[in-house]
Design a protein around this ligand. Sequence first.
Ligand code: NAP
Length: 381
Amino acid sequence: MSNKDLQPDGVPNERRIRRMLDAAARVAMRAAGDVEPNPLVGCVIARGDTIIGIGHHRRFGGPHAEREALADCRRRGHDPRGATLYCTLEPCRHHGKQPPCTDAVIGAGIARVIYARRDPGPESGGGDRVLCDAGIASLCVPDASDLAVRLSDPFVHRVRTGRPWVIAKWAQTLDGRIATRTGESQWITGPAMRRRVHRLRSCVDAVLVGVGTVLADDPMLTPRDVRRVRRDPSRVVLDTHGRTPRDAALIRSASEHRTVIVTADPAAEFPSPVRVLRVPGGGAGVDPRAAIEAIGQQLGAASILVEAGPRVLGSLLEADLVDEAFVHIAPIVLADQGAMAVASGRDAPRLADARRLTVLRSRSIGGDVEIWCRRTDAMQP
Ligand SMILES: NC(=O)c1ccc[n+]([C@@H]2O[C@H](COP(=O)([O-])OP(=O)(O)OC[C@H]3O[C@@H](n4cnc5c(N)ncnc54)[C@H](OP(=O)(O)O)[C@@H]3O)[C@@H](O)[C@H]2O)c1
């Protein structure tokens, strides 16, 4: 470690911390869809500027990132004693499906631990104190790598609220319309962007629409044409009065792919194996918060991809339930005020009434543009 990279107290400078935490975050992202409801976690072990081990939590129930990185370090013939361990999340201190990471870190003789975000879990959190008690300098650095901090947003959200992480996805024209005035929306974006949607579906526990979308598009909502389906999501319809046609594609294919109707109608029945969740009515249909909580608790869903039309999307936004959004914009303009807006049903006379999201990334995919954003208050460390 060269002196210019150290602050007076021996802590690596911000540039090095960012580089290491960014590397840890990037490797962790490979496991999206494989580890939830656990957090995505990445870990780098370094001596000065040299990375001597790198690892990530690869699958639910499997070894945690710290043990993976330590194993990688030894595989490469390095001794981790005296090295610095960089981790996107505070090392855990509890016995779950795996032994505590703090034991592995202490046992390996690591000198210093730097992590991007505290673990808010009542059992898993608090590893920092265990490390300090064992004489290991342990430091939370939340402002060096945005990528490393953001990685844990869904996990922290679930621990704090008990609700699944809700991701909205919609395809729109340049002038913000998601269907023509006659309800035509297939297809606004091109084939490459549609493949991207299938990949998003393949990483979540549930895909959600309202009955309006079922009636208009008769969708399947399954992940297709992806290299590996990491999760086979439940297909969920918000359907206050049980109007979903019994011959809809979602109902007909229910024995191959789970289909769930969320209704407020105590008498609504659907043929087996369609599952029916009953929640109270409220506002524009079923109570949106009760619906999201029921999908979390009764289906065990950690993440929900919302592919609904303007009514359901508007009511989720109104109830402040959208945590993240993928907005797919095609370079076409309808310029028809009768065409459907992205979301409806809110009263927002002032700009101050707008829901604000923070853009994480925008990129071009096959001639369309994807904007990836997240609610700003989900981003508090
Ligand atoms: N471009 C895109 O990305 C995209 C995506 C999806 C849909 N679309 C288009 O959107 C159009 C359909 O729009 P839509 O608004 O009718 O679809 P939607 O939002 O998927 O479904 C709306 C229906 O869901 C039911 N619902 C149950 N609980 C609700 C709640 N809490 N809030 C709101 N609605 C609730 C309501 O019917 P009940 O009262 O009978 O329950 C409501 O009419 C179609 O033309 C479709 O092609 C476009």
